[in-house]
Design a protein. Structure first.
Length: 566
């Protein structure tokens, strides 16, 4: 896929940074000076916006890797690069090719230039020409800053274009701000454009170009979630999912299942039907190139999978912790016994493959097989690995089921644990809300759980847990946490439920979003919210199956979670 780029300003993309100014290095022959860049023609806006998309390609792989390599769901293999191994062990003492902060500021500085120079007053036939592009670029900038601050902890907030080394030094020398400040700033910055329609450039190489742009309300939900503004977060997610103008979004039903007529599970394979790489499930993505000549080609397939290019030596593999979490789930099957409905629970032992135990999403997306004819001296790996979530042509920025899970997280922290749990077990629709959420919580939730009864029905929604664990609505072992004894007040019960439901949501995020780059950030968000670094430190230090006390001690200090700025 080849894009037409108009580089409005270029930031250095070298792997080694020597000073603060290098974070926003403007010393490049590709810089076009301000007098040459008046953005007052439609083609200017198209080229400039697509140039920003091109800049985002440089950080696409990295966001996935920084979210997974530092988490607990994957581990590096012996074939992994030194830089991946150091990321996994949180050893940031030397230069690492994944620590290139200037790539983030390349996106940001290009956005700043566009925002400062586009002629937003220009009209044609009574319509503002650049409103859609202006909103899209503001959203790109906010998204880039959110990724930046999640990785670096405290960062310079630069909102004006930087065109000289002196100005770069001044901006990088400013006091750095943390995630709360970043989120609150960009919430205010994006709110006026929440309902602005994003650009429509038609199909580009077979893709609907609208998916190149980040959904503004979904991003506002994320910003509010990280900022601790939970009711606002739930509102943004809900309004995006239930928009009456654009297509309303039911969560995906694509899932892997055991055949309905199975009686001997040790003789049968499940049906692999789960495909998160489908364009229907992807709400927005960064398009990648198929040839390095055209731009940035994703290396994720070579890192996560066996390919001819890597002699079948994959560099990352699912951890024992990931396999343990998957196997800990209970797969439930609902069936008719005469006129009665009954359930059966799939056993966890005696299966054809241990990975079939529990939730089936790991089985659906991951496989290993022996490759015959190899010995210890062979240049080729004797084990082949495939993680089908990996695609070389695009890196998801927003995926439908993950938005539903963040919506559940926001509902729960808004004091609505029954509604949040219903997202996991049943799916939210008016019928399920009436049966599964008590009247007091329905009143408290109000419009936060308002769904169109003509569109959201039991036939069109599904609990997210059912995507891998069968008919969760019938699973008597998968229930809303309740205290053993009645507590003094309803609020005490809610306070008891919120952290436990949150744990279930975070587990579901791991099962649903494994290998996609979310895990480290999900653990970080809850650890910060609870002021409990052990929430992150404990699972990561145990990812190999046994406790790593050195790693646990290191991660108990949140300062060690972040990459160092130069």
């Amino acid at each position: 896929m080849k894009y037409l780029y108009r580089f409005i300003t270029v930031v250095c993309v070298s792997c080694v940074m020597g000073s603060c100014a290098d974070m926003m290095d403007t010393d490049s022959e590709l810089v076009e000076f301000e007098k040459d860049n008046t953005l007052n023609h439609p083609t200017d806006s198209v080229y400039s916006v697509m140039g920003i998309v091109g800049k985002m390609q440089a950080i696409a792989d990295r966001q996935v890797l920084l979210g997974e390599v530092r988490g607990d769901l994957m581990m590096p293999t012996n074939a992994a690069s030194a830089d991946l191994k150091r990321l996994s062990s949180f050893d940031f003492s030397v230069d690492n090719c994944y620590n290139v902060v200037s790539d983030y500021y390349a996106v940001i500085n290009n956005c700043n230039y566009f925002i400062a120079h586009v002629d937003t007053a220009l009209q044609r036939r009574g319509r503002n020409l650049f409103t859609a592009e202006y909103a899209a670029v503001k959203t790109f900038r906010a998204w880039a800053y959110l990724q930046l601050v999640k990785n670096y902890g405290r960062v310079p907030l630069v909102t004006e274009p930087v065109m000289s080394e002196q100005r770069a030094r001044e901006e990088m020398g400013k006091e750095r701000v943390g995630i709360a400040e970043i989120c609150n700033f960009f919430i205010d910055d994006l709110k006026p454009y929440a309902l602005t329609e994003l650009p429509r450039y038609g199909n580009i190489d077979g893709y609907d170009s609208r998916k190149f742009f980040i959904p503004t309300r979904a991003l506002l939900g994320d910003l509010c979630l990280w900022a601790g503004r939970y009711e606002e977060a739930a509102t943004w997610y809900h309004d995006y999912l239930t928009d009456k103008v654009t297509p309303q979004l039911m969560n995906s039903h694509a899932r892997s299942t055991w055949p309905s007529n199975v009686t001997e599970f040790n003789l049968t394979y499940p049906v692999r039907g789960y495909d998160v790489s489908s364009l229907g499930e992807s709400l927005s993505f960064i398009p990648m190139e198929s040839r390095i000549f055209d731009g940035v080609v994703s290396d994720l397939p070579n890192i996560f999978n066996s390919t001819r290019e890597n002699n079948y030596f994959y560099q990352m593999t699912p951890s024992p912790a990931m396999k343990r979490l998957s196997a800990a789930q209970t797969y439930c099957m609902e069936y008719k016994a005469g006129t009665e409905t009954d359930t059966v629970y799939v056993p966890k032992v005696g299966l054809l493959d241990d990975i079939m135990a529990g939730d089936l999403r790991l089985y659906a997306n991951f496989s290993q097989s022996s490759r015959g004819g190899q010995d210890e001296y062979s240049e080729f790996s004797s084990i082949m690995q495939s993680i089908t979530k990996m695609t070389s042509t695009r890196i998801n920025t927003y995926r439908l089921n993950m938005i539903y899970l963040r919506y559940a997280e926001a509902l729960n922290r808004s004091g609505l644990p029954q509604s949040a749990f219903a997202v996991l077990k049943y799916g939210l629709c008016p019928e399920n809300i009436v049966e599964c959420v008590d009247s007091l919580e329905q009143v408290a939730a109000g419009k936060l759980i308002d769904f169109d009864a003509n569109i959201f029905t039991r036939e069109t929604v599904i609990g997210i847990h059912s995507l891998g664990s069968g008919d969760s609505q019938a699973n008597g072992l998968y229930t809303l946490p309740m205290p053993e004894q009645q507590l003094a007040s309803r609020q005490d019960t809610i306070n008891y439920q919120i952290p436990l439901v949150e744990d279930m949501i975070i587990d579901e995020m791991a099962l649903e979003g494994a290998f996609e780059g979310y895990r480290f950030y999900d653990l970080m968000r809850v650890a910060l919210r609870r002021n409990a670094p052990e929430y992150l430190a404990a699972p990561i230090s145990r990812r190999g199956g046994e406790a790593n006390e050195t790693l646990y001690t290191l991660l108990m200090d949140p300062k060690n979670w972040y990459l160092p700025l130069p």
